[in-house]
Design a protein around this ligand. Structure first.
Ligand code: FAD
Length: 303
């Protein structure tokens, strides 16, 4: 635990707001931290939560937002619709997956992102969908590194990539992940956002492994507000992150309201510890719900 006090965020000049890298640089130069939020394109009929959350996020002057993208292009039309509406309002990072895709279809998607006003992509491999376990073998692009190379060669877009404080589930070690991240940096990535995780030590150990491999791009921790015990355990299982035994036990023996309070307190402390440990900012996974996301942002002192 730390007694770090988050400095208030002051307005950025328009030039700094043109890319994630430039805004992180501007915030760091002012001794400040960035605040950003992730959304997902909803299924038809579930749009209200998304747009309420987006309005709330605009209301607290977030630095940027990102929108996830279905592996294999699922729900693609909705992704474009969401980007069309968000990108004119705020610096918008379009997640882009390549699993199962051809180079041509990937470039067509990138072009469509650009038409929406997207200037930054988060280049990801994606995972094989449950109904198509062979997706990786079927596509032309096999890794996010190849996607970074393609986007860098063919466009002027800013490129971010994923990082894994608790080690990518298919990777043997932090050191292997660090080498892969260093290759993505060399191929043109200028920042990274992490998978969710539950201990500040995972972040600092990942940064140390990255530094040994030559990684010097900013790595923004991805943080999920723990407001629902069942959801937390599901998301953790999906991402390969380990919920600390003490937290899991506390959540298990609490009713929903107590679990929310315990989980939020835990995440707010984790956010503060990450900022104190030198994280350039926090990227909050909203799950298209405003309350817990803004409570977390306020709890860590970013709004
Ligand atoms: P890669 O970098 O390709 O890595 C996959 C595995 O291959 C790793 O184990 C890596 O070590 C290994 N590897 C990669 N390149 C090499 C190489 N050259 N040599 C040796 N080994 C290599 N998924 C979605 O479907 N949609 C999203 O919108 C989405 N958003 C995400 C956002 C964030 C912040 C994060 C952290 C993940 C997100 N994901 C998303 C999930 C992501 O697609 C999966 O975690 C996927 O398993 C890995 O993606 P990657 O980009 O790290 O892949």
């Amino acid at each position: 635990m730390s007694d770090f006090v988050t400095p208030p965020r002051t307005p950025l000049n328009p030039e700094a707001k043109k890319s994630v890298f430039s805004l992180l640089k501007a915030r760091a130069a002012m001794g400040q931290k960035s605040l950003s939020f992730e959304f997902f394109p909803p299924r038809d009929g579930a749009e209200e939560g998304l747009w309420n959350t987006f309005d709330a996020v605009l209301g607290v002057n977030a630095d940027f937002i990102s929108v996830t993208y279905g592996a294999g292009g699922s729900n693609q039309a909705k992704s474009f619709e969401v980007l069309d509406r968000m990108a004119p309002e705020i610096l918008t990072v379009g997640h882009l997956t390549c699993i199962g895709a051809s180079r041509a279809s990937t470039l067509a998607t990138v072009k469509r992102f650009e038409q929406a006003g997207v200037r930054t992509v988060l280049a990801l491999r994606g995972d094989s969908p449950k109904d198509n376990p062979d997706a990786l073998a079927q596509g032309e692009l096999k890794t996010a590194l190849e996607l970074v190379e393609l986007v860098h060669a063919q466009t002027d877009l800013e490129i971010g990539v994923a990082a894994f404080p608790e080690v990518h589930p298919e990777s043997g070690s932090l050191d292997h992940d660090a080498k892969v991240l260093a290759m993505k940096q060399a191929a043109g990535a200028s920042f990274a956002v992490t998978q969710l995780f539950f201990g500040v030590e995972h972040y600092t150990q990942m940064l140390a492994a990255g530094a040994s491999a030559g990684v010097n791009i900013p790595v923004i921790p991805g943080l999920m507000p723990v407001s629902n015990a069942k959801q937390l355990l599901r998301m953790a299982a999906m991402s390969g992150a380990a919920v600390p035994a003490e937290l899991a036990a506390k959540l298990e023996h609490s009713d929903e309201a107590e679990a929310r309070a315990i989980g939020m307190e835990y995440t707010i402390q984790l956010g503060k510890d990450l900022l104190a440990a030198g994280a350039p900012g926090l990227h909050i996974f909203t799950l298209n719900k405003p309350e817990a996301a803004l409570e977390l942002a306020a709890g860590v002192g970013l709004i």
